[in-house]
Design a protein around this ligand. Structure first.
Ligand SMILES: Nc1ncnc2c1ncn2[C@@H]1O[C@H](COP(=O)(O)OP(=O)(O)O)[C@@H](O)[C@H]1O
Ligand SMILES: [Mg+2]
Ligand SMILES: [Zn+2]
Length: 509
């Protein structure tokens, strides 16, 4: 007997239909699976055979052949198990003979005892299969949460092989998951990483607000103990709420990499990642045998924070250049390449010199000029050029530190950030981007026209400060954000001046 069951495979974040064809015939006992890599076949055979036995289902005695089509794409992951077991039962017994299974997509890994294990990648699988026109999905119960945010389809969370059969035959119908409405989360309230605990530092705080408002990259340069790490750690508390679209985009990536929180089913708070400087390039950028997304993709729609940037190997830093420009990263493996979104805000901090005191008003720098030059050269010009705001952080003044004045809380700042993001969202409705930092040349022309007076200031800055063409674009984008923070339709001279001021570090060096 022959049977056919639908399942899915995943290429990057896109699903393709895998047709699981099963033939059960007479002959000596044999079990063959074609269309999977060798090691995976062996394991799948063991799981399917044993799970069926332990579910009280007879494994056919004759010859069983499973073909996973299309044959030319390698299928990965164990989520084809359930489809195979259902197909074998359909082809070899009359348990499912009265049941039509062609309306369903089956996803799930079988345990040896017949229960269904949660798998990675359910969110992108459901989203793209829905686009392909499929409506009914049987998935592991452990992945139930992921089904709750995708409306318009029926997702049946299932505990085991027998549970799935019970549902299909009608003896144990499973209730489809109820869709939940999305609510943006916020990073823990009352957290110690709140701007209210950062005394003074008005300039640095202002720069942080500008950066977060427009999604711009920012570099904090200052002596050890000046509060760079403290400031950077406050960023999550002022990040704008994540929209549902953004949340789904980020969730897809987390789902594929297995980083999704089971309780949540969706990433509702902007990610904030601080990879250690010993992290491998693959961990950061993505790759490996399964071409999984790296930290920069997990940080999609959020922040990548590189503390003490010169500690990172230069080769690692250079790998960031392309994703910083394209907001997408291409990960290659044996025979194919996949792409993952990687649109993140980069936050970096560093000392001004090896001893940390260069430029300090209170302590003496003991480094030679060649030591300083070598230290700075760890960050290449082209990488630095991609950092829109570069500010020097001076240590907090003693009077500020001990003052009892009330510092503005992150919650207040976040309200303004949300408003500024709203301005950008409305502006870019037709453009397929969300923030000023994502503007391309055509957007600059459209949205950053300068008055003669602003143009004059820009020209003077460009010539005096020897800006590059990219530098000019970056200044324009930041100026656009500063104007948006004031709800000003025009970019005014003072907006340009402030934006130019944020490129001090690159310019002085
Ligand atoms: N503006 C400030 N207000 C309050 N405490 C501060 C401030 N700046 C620094 N500190 C204190 O100094 C510590 C060290 O700051 P940190 O951010 O680690 O410095 P850096 O990263 O620049 O070396 C902080 O944990 C905090 O306790
Ligand atoms: Mg630090
Ligand atoms: Zn020094």
């Amino acid at each position: 007997m022959l049977s056919k069951v639908n399942s899915l495979g995943l290429l990057g974040l896109d699903a393709f239909v895998v047709s699981v064809e099963i033939d059960v015939g007479l002959g000596l006992p044999r079990f063959d699976i074609v269309g999977l890599p060798d090691t995976a076949v062996k394991e799948a055979k063991e799981r399917v055979r044993t799970a069926m036995k332990n579910s009280g289902k007879r494994f056919p005695e004759g010859r069983v052949t499973v073909n996973l089509a299309p044959a030319d794409i390698k299928k990965e992951g164990a989520f084809l198990d359930l489809a195979m077991a259902i197909g074998i039962i359909k082809a070899s017994s009359d348990i499912l003979s009265e049941v039509s299974i062609s309306d369903y997509i089956f996803l799930g890994e079988l345990s040896l005892d017949g229960s269904l294990r949660a798998v990675t990648g359910i969110t992108p699988l459901l989203i793209s299969a829905k686009k392909l026109g499929f409506n009914n999905f049987i998935i592991p119960e452990g992945n139930k949460r992921e089904g709750e945010f995708i409306s318009g389809i029926n997702v049946y969370p299932c505990k085991s092989l027998n549970h799935a059969i019970g549902h299909l035959t009608g003896t144990l119908p499973i209730e489809a998951v109820k869709t939940r409405s999305y609510v943006a989360g916020s990073s823990a309230k009352g957290d110690s990483n709140d701007l209210r605990y950062v005394k003074g530092q008005a300039t640095a705080k202002r720069a942080l607000e500008v950066a977060v408002s427009g999604g711009h990259n920012i570099l904090l340069v200052g002596a050890p103990g000046s509060g760079k790490t403290m400031l950077a750690r406050c960023i999550p508390s002022i990040m704008p709420d994540m929209s549902f679209d953004e949340a789904l985009e980020t969730t897809k990536i987390h789902s594929v990499s297995g980083a999704l929180n089971d309780e949540q089913g969706i990433v509702s708070v902007r990610p904030f990642y601080t990879p250690h400087h010993t992290a491998s390039t693959v961990a950061l950028i993505g790759g490996g045998t399964q071409a999984k997304p790296g930290v920069i993709s997990l940080a999609h729609n959020g922040v990548l924070y590189l503390d003490e940037m010169p500690e990172y190997p230069r080769s690692t830093l250079e790998c960031l250049r392309q994703p910083l420009e394209d907001r997408i990263v291409t990960v290659s493996r044996a025979r194919m390449t996949v792409q993952y979104p990687a649109s993140f805000m980069m936050v970096a901090s560093m000392n001004p010199c090896p001893c940390g005191n260069y430029g300090s008003k209170t302590a003496e720098c003991r480094c030679t000029s060649s030591q300083i030059a070598k230290y700075k050269s760890k960050i290449s010009g082209p990488l630095l050029d991609r950092i829109d705001l570069q500010i020097e952080v001076d240590g907090v003044l003693y009077d500020d530190l001990v003052s009892v004045s009330n510092e503005e809380s992150s919650e207040e700042v976040k309200k303004r950030v949300n408003r500024t993001r709203m301005v950008q969202r409305e502006r870019f409705l037709e453009d397929g981007i969300r923030t000023n930092s994502e503007m391309r040349e055509k957007h600059l022309e459209k949205y950053c026209a300068l008055s003669p007076e602003s143009e004059r200031i820009m020209r003077i800055s460009f010539e005096k400060l020897k800006l590059s063409a990219r530098g000019r674009s970056r200044v324009l984008k930041v100026a656009r954000t500063i104007a948006d923070m004031e709800l000003s339709p025009d970019i005014k001279p003072n907006h340009i001046l402030e934006a130019v001021g944020y490129r001090s570090y690159a310019l002085n060096n």
